[in-house]
Design a protein around this ligand. Structure first.
Ligand code: AMP
Length: 282
């Protein structure tokens, strides 16, 4: 694997690969890699000749300073995992390399109402930061295909909108959620869970499965309420558990023949967890 920290060096390497008609696959991450990230690398390897992974803890998408400061950054272990996965290129830039000392964010206000609900409502400005960095990385890497995890479903809709607007040649791949054996969605933040919190955390997936089981009920509001009972209200603060349209993220309170997604976000102790389940595909 070749490691680049400078954009220019990465760009000239990729220009060379493009000149040889190599298909470039791109997997952007914030590091602290786990099997979920590696499943994205594996899918990119299957479809592309050269796989580029970026590790960049993007300051503009964090809405809490403490979360940014304590975000895990185990770079040596990440490099080892990427080498074992036969990733071709790691791009690991500094904040200055990406932002040139100017942490200005793009504005996503006109992306549509789907952006302002759920994570957009809970973390104001978060998607502005995501779009800002993803746009910079796409301009730099110029990938043929990109691979994003369904775990961050709303982010996938945001990135697809960015692609439709500005990068129409890029093929978007939505990759399934990798889970621990007990159902907990893998996340870089899971290592922050205490022993007891880790034991309780799979309740999120139980709740999603319950909602899926009950989705043929007339009222989805009651399916969502039943699902919420799977989550211990003493341990978790539930930010949302909603049954929504997969394309618009509009909340659906009654049975409809839409493609549906159930999304949940909770706070447990100091850690915020999100998860979701697609009803027509999972
Ligand atoms: P992050 O490092 O959290 O920014 O995630 C980088 C990419 O990995 C994003 O596209 C995430 O959606 C994806 N990802 C994170 N967790 C998982 C998971 N458990 N399964 C599959 N993809 C994931």
């Amino acid at each position: 694997m070749i490691l680049f920290q400078q954009s220019n060096a990465l760009r000239s390497f990729l220009d060379n690969q493009k000149a040889q008609n190599k298909r470039i696959g791109f997997v952007p991450t914030m590091g602290a890699l786990h099997a979920g990230h590696l499943s994205l690398i594996a899918q990119a390897k299957q479809k592309c000749d050269i796989v580029v992974c970026s590790i960049f803890v993007n300051p503009t998408q964090f809405t809490q300073a403490a979360d940014l400061e304590t975000y895990p950054r185990p770079i040596s272990n990440d490099i080892k995992l990427l080498e074992e996965s036969k990733c071709d290129v790691l791009f690991h830039p500094s904040v200055d390399e990406i932002y040139a000392n100017d942490l200005r964010k793009d504005d996503t206000n006109d992306y549509g109402s789907f952006l302002h609900v759920l994570e957009g409502a809970s973390r104001p400005g978060h998607f502005d930061g995501v779009v800002t960095v993803v746009k910079k990385l796409f301009e730099l890497v110029r990938p043929d295909e990109v691979f994003f995890g369904q775990k961050d479903y709303q982010q996938c809709l945001v990135v697809q909108t960015l692609i439709n607007r500005a990068f129409q040649t890029i093929k978007f791949n939505l990759c399934a959620i990798a889970r621990e054996e007990d159902g907990l969605a893998m996340s870089s933040r899971n290592i922050r869970l205490s022993e007891m919190e880790r034991i309780l955390a799979p309740q999120l997936y139980l709740a999603l499965k319950k909602a899926k089981q009950l989705w043929t009920l007339e009222t989805w509001q009651s399916a969502a309420n039943e699902a919420l009972k799977e989550i211990d209200s003493n341990a978790f603060t539930v930010e949302y558990l909603k049954i929504c349209d997969q394309n618009t993220l509009e909340e659906l309170l009654h049975f409809q023949h839409n493609a549906v997604i159930v999304l949940v976000a909770v706070q447990i102790g100091k850690t915020r967890l999100i998860d979701n389940i697609l009803i027509d595909r999972d």
